[in-house]
Design a protein around this ligand. Structure first.
Ligand code: SF4
Ligand code: SF4
Length: 251
């Protein structure tokens, strides 16, 4: 059977379940092309109690997307264990409470489109049926909307969807692939939040990229607020209204 992708609406009934007794348990945690969004990294760092720099070094790769040149983060798979996700073990996912959005969503896939005229975002879902996954047709029925709630996806979508704005701004303000230097700046802001925090807090109110002194107080210990600020910062950078400042990689 070839993988099938079927568009579904929020009120579509999913007939799917996944549990440790199923024969394919953990099959989906190998040999994948696992993209990480900024909020995925934030949550995994928190779960593993690692700095963002250490997490990226150990578990991720960041490269430039071929079309936009924007940074793309992926999980580093383990070639010794049949290209396993670094977090999968015999008992399943070792980071389950903070697993990435794509893992929560499976067997669904989600695309976010942004209307160029209005800026309005719309989300679209599809059901992915792959030969290795035996969770379909189990008799456990839930609507797509309930699956999204049950899997704790709401904060993930809220914190990751601004990436769509970043892509739109990039396309509008900087046609062609981004330079490596700018891509690294964007990557540091969105994925290496500890380093970004240190940078921002070291110069409050200094230039259009900087947070105000009041904002800095919040950004000092609120990771979600920092990521939200990072999206604004990246937007300003791409629109040319911001300067990288000393200590940032500019190539
Ligand atoms: S993070 Fe967890 S659920 Fe996702 S691929 Fe890795 S082990 Fe599997
Ligand atoms: S392959 Fe499907 S049913 Fe099997 S563990 Fe993965 S998600 Fe669950």
């Amino acid at each position: 059977m070839e993988p099938q992708l079927t568009p579904v609406e929020m009120d579509h009934w999913l007939d799917f379940t996944c549990h440790p007794e199923i024969p394919c348990f953990n099959a989906c945690c190998h040999d994948l092309n696992h993209f990480l969004y900024p909020y995925d990294v934030l949550r995994l760092c928190r779960h593993l109690e690692l700095s963002s720099g250490t997490f990226l070094e150990r578990y991720a790769r960041i490269h430039q997307g071929p079309e936009t040149g924007l940074p793309v983060a992926t999980l580093r798979l383990d070639p010794v264990r049949n290209m396993a996700c670094p977090f999968v073990g015999a008992a399943g996912c070792g980071v389950y409470p903070d697993r990435p959005a794509a893992c929560r969503l499976y067997p669904l896939a989600r695309a976010v489109r942004r209307c160029a005229e209005t800026g309005r975002r719309t989300e679209h879902f599809a059901l992915l049926q792959e030969p290795h996954c035996l969770g379909h047709g189990s008799g456990r029925r839930r609507r797509v909307a309930d699956w999204i709630q049950d899997q704790g996806l709401v904060p993930y979508h809220r914190m990751n969807d601004p990436f769509v704005e970043v892509i739109a701004i990039k396309r509008r303000a900087c046609p062609g692939p981004l330079s490596l230097a700018h891509s690294q700046l964007v990557g540091q802001a969105l994925y290496d939040l500890d380093r970004f925090r240190a940078r921002i807090l070291s110069r409050p109110g200094g230039d259009p990229l900087s947070a105000s002194a009041t904002e800095c107080e919040r950004l000092a210990d609120d990771d979600e607020a920092l990521l939200t600020f990072a999206y604004r910062w990246v937007a300003a950078l791409l629109q040319g209204t911001a300067r990288p400042g000393p200590g940032m990689p500019v190539g």
